[in-house]
Design a protein around this ligand. Structure first.
Ligand code: HOZ
Length: 429
C-alpha cells in the first residue's frame, strides 16, 4: 500500500507539532511506522491522504458510533453553524441535550457540559473534594481518565503505550493524593480504605475499562465498590467517557446495574465534536458554581455546534434502541470469528468483549487488570496491526486500546476483516 503522502505529511507535521501529532497514540510509536493522515471518512470507512480506504475500527476512539458523516448530524451542524459558532451565552440547545440526559439516566438530575473527557474527570474530582471536604482519590492501575495531573499515576491508554504510565510534571503533592488500587481486586481497595479512613473524597473507575484494552468487571466487583463507597462516605465516580451512550443509552451503569454518585461523559455525547460532561444527583451537582462553591467554567462549554451534534446523535440513539443490538451482533461476529481463527493457530490469545467494544491480547492468561494486560506480547501486536493496516483495516495502533465498532459496518466488512486477520495470523506464526 502506498502511504507516501502520509509519511511526507508526518515529516512536515513534526516540524511544527510536538511528535507530529496532537494526541500521542496517533504517532504509531508503539507499533512503529509513520501514522496515516486521514483526508475524509464516510460510514465505516476512512480515506487517507494517498486515497487508500480503511475499514475503521476506532470510530474516532468511540464517538462515531453510527459511522462517519452520519447525515442527520452533519445536516444539523450545517444548519446550526450559519447562526455563528459560539456565543459565550446560554442557548436552548444546551437545555435540550441536558434534559434528554437527565430524563433518561435514572440517577442524573443535573449535567454540566465541558469540552472533553479530561475536563469532565478533572471537574468531577474537584467537585467530589469540595462536596466531601476530603482530599484523596482512589484510582485503578491501567484506568485512564484523561491527562489531568491526579490521573497520570499508573495510567492506561497513551500513557502506558509510550511507557510513561506516571508522567513527569505531576507534583509529589498531587501524586500523594492519588491512591492506587488494582482493577478487579477488592482487597487492594480495602487496604487503602483502612489506611486512609476519613481522607478519601472519591473513588474513580472506568466501570468497564477500555484503556488497557477492554476489560470486564468480575462478578460483584462494582457492586461491592458501591457498598464500600456508601459505607465510607466516598463518592463513587464512573468514568463513562468511553462506555456512556455506547454500551446502551444508559452506559455501563445500565449494563452492570450499579449506580455511581457522579458520572463523566465524553466521546459519543459530542458526536465527534469536543464535548465532555459530568453529571449526578441534584444534591451533589448543586455544589458547582454558580449555585455552589466549587468553581468550574469554560468559554466554549455548551458550544452551540457541539450541543447540536450531541443532541442529534443522542436523540437518534434513544429513539432507535435496536442500534445497540445491531452493534452487539456485529461485535459478536467479529469476536467469535477472531476466536475461531485464533483457535486454529498456536498464537497466544485472549479476547475480551463488551457490547461494541472488543480487544485482542496476545497472551493466554485471562486479562482482568493492568498486570495481565501488560503480559500481552507487543511484538505480535505490532506485526498484526501492520498486517491488518496493509489490508485496509484500521485497528487501534496500541495494544492498550479497545476497538470501537460503528453501526455502519456491514457483515461483508466484518467478514473481510476476519479473512484478513486469518492471513495475518498465518504470517505471525
Ligand atoms: N487516549 C485516547 C484513546 N484512549 C486517544 C485519543 C486520540 O488520539 O484521539
Amino acid at each position: 500500500m502506498n502511504t507516501r503522502t502520509s509519511s511526507q505529511l508526518f515529516k512536515t507535521a513534526s516540524q511544527y507539532i510536538p511528535g507530529g501529532v496532537n494526541s500521542p497514540v496517533r504517532a504509531f510509536k508503539s507499533v512503529g511506522g509513520d501514522p496515516i493522515f486521514i483526508k475524509h471518512a464516510e460510514g465505516a470507512y476512512m480515506y487517507d491522504a494517498d486515497d487508500n480506504r480503511y475499514i475503521d475500527y476506532i470510530a474516532s476512539w468511540g464517538p462515531m458510533i453510527l459511522g462517519h458523516a452520519f447525515r442527520p448530524v452533519i445536516e444539523a451542524i450545517q444548519e446550526a453553524v450559519t447562526r455563528s459558532t459560539s456565543f459565550g451565552a446560554p442557548t436552548e440547545t444546551e437545555i435540550k441535550l441536558a434534559q434528554l440526559i437527565c430524563e433518561n439516566i435514572p440517577n442524573v438530575d443535573r449535567v454540566r457540559m465541558v469540552n472533553s473527557g479530561t475536563e469532565a474527570t478533572m471537574s468531577a474530582i474537584r467537585l467530589a473534594r469540595g462536596f466531601t471536604g476530603k482530599d484523596k482519590v482512589i484510582k485503578f492501575a491501567g484506568c485512564y481518565h484523561g491527562h489531568g495531573d491526579s490521573f497520570l499515576i499508573q495510567a492506561g491508554s497513551g500513557a502506558v503505550t509510550l511507557g510513561n504510565p506516571s508522567s513527569p510534571g505531576v507534583t509529589k503533592g498531587t501524586a500523594q493524593d492519588t491512591l492506587l488500587a488494582e482493577y478487579n481486586n477488592l482487597e487492594s481497595v480495602d487496604k487503602l480504605l483502612e489506611a486512609h479512613r476519613g481522607e478519601i473524597a472519591a473513588l474513580i473507575i472506568e466501570p468497564i475499562p477500555g484503556n488497557m484494552g477492554c476489560i470486564l468487571p468480575q462478578d460483584g466487583f462494582l457492586k461491592k465498590l458501591r457498598e464500600r463507597c456508601s459505607q465510607e462516605g466516598i463518592l463513587l465516580i464512573f468514568d463513562e467517557v468511553m462506555t456512556g451512550f455506547r454500551l446502551g443509552f444508559g452506559g455501563a451503569q445500565a449494563v452492570t446495574g450499579v449506580e455511581a454518585d457522579l458520572i463523566t461523559y465524553g466521546k459519543v455525547i459530542g458526536a465527534g465534536m469536543p464535548v465532555g460532561a459530568y453529571a449526578g444527583k441534584e444534591e451533589i451537582m448543586e455544589y458547582v458554581a454558580p449555585n455552589g462553591p466549587v468553581y468550574q467554567a469554560g468559554t466554549l462549554s455548551g458550544n452551540p455546534i457541539a450541543m447540536t451534534a450531541g443532541y442529534t446523535l443522542l436523540k437518534h440513539l434513544l429513539e432507535q434502541p435496536e442500534i445497540y443490538d445491531s452493534l452487539d451482533q456485529k461485535c459478536t461476529r467479529l469476536h467469535d470469528g477472531l476466536k475461531e481463527r485464533l483457535a486454529e493457530t498456536n498464537l497466544p490469545h485472549t479476547l475480551n468483549k463488551m457490547g461494541s467494544m472488543v480487544s485482542l491480547h496476545f497472551t493466554n492468561e485471562a486479562v482482568t487488570d493492568f498486570t495481565s494486560a501488560k503480559a500481552g506480547d507487543n511484538e505480535f501486536f505490532k506485526r498484526f496491526f501492520h498486517l491488518m493496516l496493509d489490508q485496509g483495516i484500521y485497528f487501534p495502533p496500541s495494544a492498550y486500546e479497545s476497538l470501537f465498532l460503528n453501526d455502519a459496518l456491514s457483515e461483508e466488512d466484518i467478514d473481510y476483516t476476519l479473512a484478513s486477520a486469518e492471513k495475518a495470523f498465518a504470517q505471525l506464526i
